[in-house]
Write a protein that binds this ligand. Sequence first.
Ligand code: PMP
Ligand code: GLN
Length: 386
Amino acid sequence: MSGRPLLNRRLDGLGTTIFAEMSALALTTGAINLGQGFPDTDGPEAIREAAVRALRGGRGNQYPPGMGVPELRTAIVDHQRRFYGLNFDPDTEVLVTAGATEAIAAAMLALLEPGDEVIAFEPFYDSYAASIAMAGGVRVPLTLRAPDFRPDLDALRDAITPRTRLLLLNSPHNPTGMVLTRDEMTAIAELAVERDLIVVTDEVYEHLVFDGGEHIPLISLPGMRDRTVSISSAGKTFSFTGWKVGWVTASAPLLAAVRTTKQFLTYVASGPFQYAIAEALSLPDAYFTAFRDDLQTKRDLLADGLTAAGFEVYRPQGTYFITTDIAALGEKDALAFCRSLPERCGVVAVPNSVFYDDPDAGRTQVRFAFCKKQDILKEAAARLHG
Ligand code: PMP
Ligand code: GLN
């Protein structure tokens, strides 16, 4: 073979994801894994049983419809109406995907021409850079800065050029836990309308907003119904991250564009799980509240533990994650710190530096996941302290 690199140049620097690297490290060292964001307790038993029933009942064992099974599309529509007062047509405005990850990739592949610019707040979830790159787009990062990681809306305005095609927005935000306020959302919506931009919103942590705060879907704001591609998924809300059931809600033309690329990625996925998630989305409000409250308690537990261990803690307003700064511990490099942490004290975390285009911006930031049993969080905190 010629000396030409096998991986195409668009994907330079996007080798193994940090989540895979750190979870593998947790396995080989036996350390407590507070790296990759997955719960250590499965979601509701009734929903697990619903998946078993679907499987045994022969529902979803063969290719489901390309748009997703009707039961799930209807449940998504009902969910959007119940929580946000939004109305969607289940036949033309809802698309079921293999997790939010596929939805994001399909949206980028559908909506971008090579050279189009995509503005996203960094640190960003790692699949954004990859999806934009695969579509030939150019990412334009806007840095969120500690301690509160609020977006700089003037910088956002300045970053928009004639090449800007879309904004890729994530709130509640992974990894910082920042949740955009209604005022910030409104300002972003006004800008999108003024500059005629599409906005793709990643809302996978929509039910994990703490301290009485609220999640505002951008698509609910004036002028946004026909220019927003709203993405969410069941993994985080129902603690079944392995099932990979996600979805898109958008106006029929935007949805049709995303469906076109999605059908050539997986075509369909997760047949029996789609029926189970239809039931999950129909759980009473009490489920969602109790789940959020439980996570908030765990946030507080881990935040206190990390503070006691000497980390600077940026208390998140939402998500599964706490971002910390390790400079207070005399540490200088998050990646090196995370690679040595399992050996040093039996805990795995994730360096935020890999989520920035400008690694200096997050050089000493480390993320810990708190979607774990309380005893595990206490043990992790004790190890970090010791
Ligand atoms: N977006 C963000 C911000 C995430 O943290 C994750 C991980 N859950 C995803 C997208 C991917 O979601 P899924 O597992 O449904 O593909
Ligand atoms: N969303 C999860 C996290 O941020 C990881 C998902 C993945 O491994 N791709 O930890």
